[in-house]
Design a protein around this ligand. Sequence first.
Ligand code: IMP
Ligand code: MG
Length: 179
Amino acid sequence: MLDKKVEDLKILFSEKEIENRTKELADEINKDFGCEKDLILICVLKGSSIFCCDLSKHLKMPVQMEFIRVSSYGNAKESSGHVQAMDLTLPNLENKNALIVEDIIDTGCTMKFLTELLCRTHKPQNLKVVTLLNKKIARKVPIEPDYYGFEIDDKFVVGYGLDYEGYFRNLPYVGYFEN
Ligand code: IMP
Ligand code: MG
């Protein structure tokens, strides 16, 4: 049974803060990629689903959305370090602009795996990474996103797509349990 209650969550980033920061990130992405060429958003399920959809609404270029699924966590709160590809079906990315959209970069193992794989097998012309949350302090492999919403401490957070045992993804804010 689920051992955490939504009432015990401390809010880290409110719905409004996330909305404002998402618009700022979209502005930066619009500026860097320009409005002419197509952009393929690669949404890493399930965690980045809400962020990716909200971000996409503010992008000005012609956008295609693709969804991939990887797993590194299972139900534990600690990353296993072992990344499992569940579904990496993607269209041809050659000569395309692509942007991987993540909810959080923690150890960095998932993002390292994804960027290396995509560069090797799909050869996009330009591949960048945006993540809503950046847990820099928890990094185990050297990888940095091109864009991030907020840097956070080494806390386990939920909400706005991020889950604990499959729950709390639907919350409109990001929060953490104090213990
Ligand atoms: P990494 O491979 O350790 O960087 O972990 C990346 C994935 O682990 C993220 O895409 C999330 O799905 C999950 N994850 C990492 N930290 C958290 C957290 O604080 N809350 C919920 N999920 C997390
Ligand atoms: Mg994720």
